[in-house]
Design a binder for this molecule. Sequence first.
Ligand code: 13P
Length: 341
Amino acid sequence: MSKQALESTAKDMVAPGKGLLAMDESSPTCKSRFDKIGVACTEENRRAYRDLLVTTKGLSEFIGGAILFDETIRDKTLAGTPFATHLAKSGIVPGIKVDKGAKDLAAHPGEKVTEGLDGLRERLAEYREIGARFTKWRAVITIGKGIPTRGCIEANAHALARYAALAQEAGLVPIVEPEVLINGDHTIERCYEVTEYTLRTVFAEIAVQRVALEGMVLKPSMVISGLECPQRADVQEVAQQTVRCLLDTVPASVPGVAFLSGGQSNEEATAHLNAMHNLGVELPWALTFSYARALQQPALETWKGDAANVAAAQKALYHRAKLNGAAALGRYKASMEKEAA
Ligand code: 13P
């Protein structure tokens, strides 16, 4: 796979006014989402819900790529088409989460390292065969007393870079996701410091492992106050600090930066992205969204596991995707929240 082909896939994923739909919840995460709406996390329900998401009419107006979980990429829509084929036919690039989750990091209490490098080359070849065109690997960095440590950040950055090089070797665009968690009472300044150090370390490892910057997408968290911080920074501050941090750390040849929502409310996640496009600062990369919760929440709550609610849930997803698509162009207005979905 040539660098040009990877670059062209990456550009399709983050085309102007489009972002990514993260729908790659592992089965335990899916269970915790379904528990909240009182739906049993059976294979049948997971399939019905994911069918609802991908068959939403017009979704490709705002969604350039969808990240699937292993179970879904091997599965078919209710109409009997493989999920990856359905997405590709709808003009949405199909992708796959390939990490094996964040596990306790030895000798580092309270910190995690993401596993999944063993056997990854073979798994990537299979995923490409069944239709994936990009991949995702998520690392988590926790802010707390005395953490994160250099050991944790370096271990995760190294794994991200090794993964990204293998994905590109297989002809798949890697989404590199170092998530600095929002949990805690830390200030936005502390989040800035940790995010800056993390991104610097990640891009240093990416250079060492010879990852082609033009053929990857970065999925960072925003620079934001911890959820329990007594004085949380406002929308403008989050936008300014996040853009400043990214400009200082992310090479201009990376085609796209697509944020995770990470526990922000739906409206906050949209408003923050929108504000970043209205700072009067020229951005070298496409700056967009790759949300799971902040895109799916209204649809999930409308669906409630009932086939009779599918059309209304799809309207809710379409509406949220449309608002985030507008935010990715800096054209979102809070008044759009009230428009009929
Ligand atoms: P959230 O938008 O819910 O944070 O999820 C994004 C994601 O893909 C986490 O890996």
